[in-house]
Design a binder for this molecule. Structure first.
Ligand SMILES: [Zn+2]
Length: 456
């Protein structure tokens, strides 16, 4: 195994008990600040919130917050919600609004921005980046999503940041070939677009980009064999992060062991000195046992602008506890399996998770992309249409295609107990994604809009 690359010796080689004690101290101080200074919380919390003595008391006393609580008058985002009244907002972050509920506004102070940027140093260091390395960001940096943090992060890391968001895929690849990145930040889905571009040029990234050390990914779950194939193709290690806009930072990272050590799913270490990550049973609200899935509920331990407290992210994660063989004391979640509870669709009484379909579709290594549509037909029956695209030069012959399509439909029906009409779409006719992947359109939920960053 690679030697450990430690970013903070005190924390990373310390005990779990010390880390949890630090976390609890910070939590209680943060709750006290919020209870006394933030009108948003004062109006919602019981009076006992101002004198909590433990994490257990916190769990028993402090109610959850959700997206709906943060919507409303934008002006209150920088007035009602500041933990340091009078301090100035330095940046505003907006949610993408893909759930159809509207966009939340979250203000950050200069200190908040510094804290989120310096947190990324853990991931960068664990993935093998050094100060001065060139980091390419492929997704657009705007008011939404993680681009903003990452760009400050490379600044904090004293690395050379290349902001490729405004450029076409073709141009991005051209700049990569010219400036030779050490780190590349992209969603797994967008990597397939980059791969197609390298393929068209007759180039292999592992030879054309010899300095590339790490691919930084987030934003979607993936099949267990994907990281091995991607690492081999790019000649770089795969480093995953999980973050949430409301938390104000990227909060869980894979370590030197990678995302599939020994062919099994690895861990993402939670930055528990800066955020409380509760993984709770969505029904009971109680913490799940290691190995079980639950909803990620976050509490910022440092934020000035607007510390979210017990925010229900709607993200489904598998809690693993502090079990990574690297020995770091942080609690962890499973790499590669993060999903959104609101992405779950109910079709003819069956629960359907998009990544369950991903697993089956992408098990066929010749399929590059797919899109699913759920509709109700004129007789009121729920139907599911699935369009697939073959990879260039990997499409079966005309005679072979029908058999392959039928085999895929059969595998879906057998494993998911849902019938889908599978068809083949022309190459590059389906939407591609740069950051948040939305392969599914549910026409039964027309209020929900889908953001597609890339139309090629
Ligand atoms: Zn580890």
């Amino acid at each position: 195994m690679t030697a450990l690359r430690i970013a903070n010796p005190v924390l990373e080689t310390g005990s779990r008990a010390d880390l949890l004690a630090l976390q609890e101290r910070r939590l209680l101080a943060q709750v006290l600040r919020a209870a006394t200074r933030i009108p948003f919380y004062r109006g919602r919390w019981p009076e006992a919130a101002g004198r909590l003595a433990s994490l257990d008391a916190f769990r028993d006393t402090i109610p959850f917050t959700s997206k709906a609580d943060f919507l409303g008058d934008d002006a209150t985002a920088s007035a009602d919600r500041f933990a340091r009244p009078g301090s100035r907002p330095y940046a505003l972050h907006l949610t993408s609004g893909t759930t159809g509920l509207g966009q939340e506004v979250h203000a950050l102070t200069r200190y908040d921005q510094e804290a989120s940027a310096s947190t990324w140093v853990y991931q960068a260091r664990w993935a093998g980046l050094e100060p001065g390395d060139a980091v390419f960001y492929t997704f657009p940096v705007g008011l939404q999503t993680g681009g903003l943090w990452s760009s400050h992060a490379s600044d904090r890391m004293a690395s050379l940041g290349f902001h490729m968001g405004p450029y076409s895929t073709d141009k991005k690849v051209e700049y990569m070939l010219r400036f030779r990145p050490h780190g590349l930040i992209a969603s797994p889905a967008y990597l397939t677009q980059l791969q197609a571009n390298f393929h068209d040029r007759g180039l292999r990234p592992r030879e054309a980009l010899p300095s590339l050390k790490a691919l930084f990914i987030a934003g979607e779950s993936y099949t267990i064999d994907w990281p091995t194939r991607a690492a081999e193709y790019w000649g770089a290690t795969i480093s995953e992060w999980y973050g949430s806009m409301q938390g104000g930072l990227n909060q869980c990272f894979s370590c030197e062991r990678g995302v599939v050590p020994g062919g099994r799913r690895g861990t993402l270490h939670c930055m528990e000195h800066r955020i409380l990550c509760e993984v709770l049973d969505p029904e009971t609200g109680r913490p799940v046992e290691p190995g079980d899935e639950g909803e990620m509920v976050i509490t910022s331990l440092y934020r000035e602008g607007f510390p979210v407290i017990r925010f229900r992210t709607g993200d489904r994660v598998r809690w693993l506890g502090a079990t990574c063989p690297c020995g770091r004391p942080f609690g962890s979640i499973e790499a590669g399996t993060i999903a959104r509870y609101d992405d779950m669709m109910k079709i003819r009484g069956q629960n359907l998770w998009p990544e369950a379909v991903d697993r089956i579709v992408f098990a066929d290594g010749d399929i590059e992309e797919y899109a699913g549509t759920v509709s109700v037909d004129e007789r009121g029956r729920e139907t599911v249409a699935l369009a697939i695209e073959w990879q260039p030069e990997r499409a079966p012959s005309i005679e072979g295609e029908a058999g392959r399509v039928a085999a895929l439909a059969g595998a879906i029906r057998e494993k998911l107990n849902i019938r889908m009409d599978v068809t083949v779409a022309p190459y590059r006719s389906l939407p591609r994604f740069e950051f948040k992947v939305r392969r599914w359109t549910d026409t039964r939920r027309r209020d929900r809009t889908f953001v597609r960053y890339v139309k090629e």
